[in-house]
Write a protein that binds this ligand. Sequence first.
Ligand SMILES: Nc1ncnc2c1ncn2[C@@H]1O[C@H](COP(=O)(O)OP(=O)(O)OP(=O)(O)O)[C@@H](O)[C@H]1O
Length: 793
Amino acid sequence: MSAEPERHEENHAALSPTGTQDVEHVGPVLDGELIDDTLPQPRTRAASGRRTKWWRTWCGASGRLWRSGPLLRARSVAAYRARKAPLDVVRLIWFVLRGNGRWLVKFWNWATYADLRADARRARLAGDSEARRTAQELIRSDATARWAKVGIALRRCVITLRVAAPVVALLWLVDSVMDRADMWPWLAQMYADLTAVWSALTVVIPVVLVLAPIAWAVAAAFEGRDRAPGAGWLVRPDRADADSWIDERMISKALAHLGISPLDRFYKDGGELAYTVVARKDGDGTFAQIRLPLGVTADMVAARRSKLAANLGRASLETWPTKGDEDGLLDLWVADKGVLQGGAGAWPLVHEGQVDVFEGVPFGLSQRGQVINAPLVGVNWLIGGRPGQGKSAALRTLLLGAALDPTAELWAFVMGESPDFDPFAPRLTRYRMGMDDSVAEAATQALADLLSEMERRGRVLGEQPGRPPKVSRKLADKRGLGLHPLVCGIDECHELFQHPKYGKKAAELAVRLIKRGRKYGIVLLLATQSPTKDSIPREITRNVSCGVAFSVADQVANDGLLGSGKYSAGIRATELRINTDRGTCVAVGITDETFELVRTFYVPFEDGADDVTPVIARAMELIEEAGREIEAGARPQIETAAPVAVDHLADIAAVCAGEKRVRTQVVLARLIARNPEEYDGWTLRDLTAALAAHGLAPAKSDGNKVIRADDLAAALADRQRAGADESREEDRDSAGSQGLIPDRSLTQSPWTDQRKHDSGTAGTQQRDISENPRQQGGETTGPDSLPGDADGS
Ligand SMILES: Nc1ncnc2c1ncn2[C@@H]1O[C@H](COP(=O)(O)OP(=O)(O)OP(=O)(O)O)[C@@H](O)[C@H]1O
């Protein structure tokens, strides 16, 4: 405290000038302002606040950018390259040296005709004097030609020198004796140009002298590089699987160590593989297509799949070397590590949605991670694999999809005691489950009925305008025709085909159906544990369009399900591990790809989890909304489902009556007015097709398309004549037995069968449709007639 006044005085003393006592001395006066820092300082604070805010934003943005994906990748690649730099430099030097070495060898081989000499040597060892002489003559003639070329080149140099030297000497002489100002202007100009050229050369030559060795080194490094194709800089160290990331280099390396001798020779000779499709991301993996060198086929690579998988750092299941369009083209798809272990997720239609079976049913995820909409109409399916790997679940998914199409009719037969399809009962027109003979009999009868139905459908199709070759959505929607999709699933079908009493017949019927039913909207879905030639007829395995193999034990089962030759082509369900890969299958025919590795959707129905019943409930609602129902009484019989065929030609003639020619649009309008049920929805195309069926075509009149009354009259007369001839023929052949007499059971209509089975197996009472099949020990509780319209149309 006492120190303060003293310091004050000292300050005063320091400020007082000497000798002036009575003047009050103060320090220098400074202009200032009293600032009360307790008061707010708005402007300064706001400005600095803005600066801070801006700074924070900038820091945040640059931080985000710094941590962003591309920069992170660029940084990690840069850091990786920096770490590798010393090694890279050493490698580069080695490449340059090796490149020069390779050039030397090439030059030596060229200069000494090493290749021709080798030919001559081989010929001598083989005792082929003719070949040896040819090689020696080639060496001689080549040497003569080569020296001749050298001679010509030398002569040209000498001539050039001879002409150029005197000119240069003369120019130098003139320039040294004459002043440029005294020269003719053109001569002076020429000297000026020459000087300019010379100055340019003095600049360019040193640059070239510096660049040439660099270019030489680059070219030598290129020549001396590792011969495995694929760019090393593609390595992505930031990836978790950087050690096994797939690019051309990795693939080439992996192929080089398969132990295929022609491939090894190819690499030894410095060959480089040609990639017709470079490695690129394809769904959940990488795809590349490689043209294999001489002597190597895709099958040879496929046969060494596990070695290839090991070389690529993958599991066998993740490595798919298959034959491309040609034997020498290798299609290679390699899954991202571990990706196939995840399931396909929930079935997309489990909670909502409807299906058009003509468009397909969501079946699973392909190896590319895309949803596969599996075709149903126009194909047949054979699903197989070891027990408990997902066959029934896959069949159930397909049938569930079909159930969500209100126009589809579903039949199901389970040749064993399994409740897998019980929840379908309300939606099934026929359903039998069990191991007894009656189930085999019912299934065989169903196949026979399907065959009869197929024949009926063939006739109905033949009567349609333009004779369409197959059932389309449009035709399937025409209620009265009875051409709706009819899907019949048989689980554990080997039990049926091996049945001592019905097996042979069932197999025969199934083969006929598979061969011919596709066009008529009749689909057979077969599932089996045992796809051998004894349990499934060869003709079935040969003719099904969609083959699905879950984990199978051997090549026989594999090819039985997927088609012969598939195993050797690398399409192998044997690689699927039992239980581990449950629900994953190899499928052919379900897309345009040669094969698909499918993780199938799973709709649970086990251990108290039941997602199937709600879907079936929805399917029933859809049927109701569409005005259809599955009830025996309201169903039309198959045989009578086809309406009385409408005579299109007669109708057209009728609407044109009294007029010489009528425009096609007018004819169409009149047809619709005459019989809307038949002609509503017809287009000019349908009309043209209906005419074409009788050899007619619209004519042109004043730029319009017309139908001429004369043409119609002639066509009607022709038809009448042909009809008369036909009936005469029939009279002659009164036995009416041309062609094969179909088996009796084939002539029975499904309806007849349904009526028969309405009462269940022999001795049982007719069941109420609300009965539970389980209570019946596998009896059908489903309604047993075809879906149709509520109105019975
Ligand atoms: N796609 C799938 N995803 C996940 N799990 C599945 C899948 N498919 C089937 N599973 C599981 O596998 C079990 C067996 O399936 P499923 O009954 O369909 O096999 P299966 O091959 O028909 O057997 P079996 O030949 O004995 O009838 C199912 O209970 C289910 O747990």
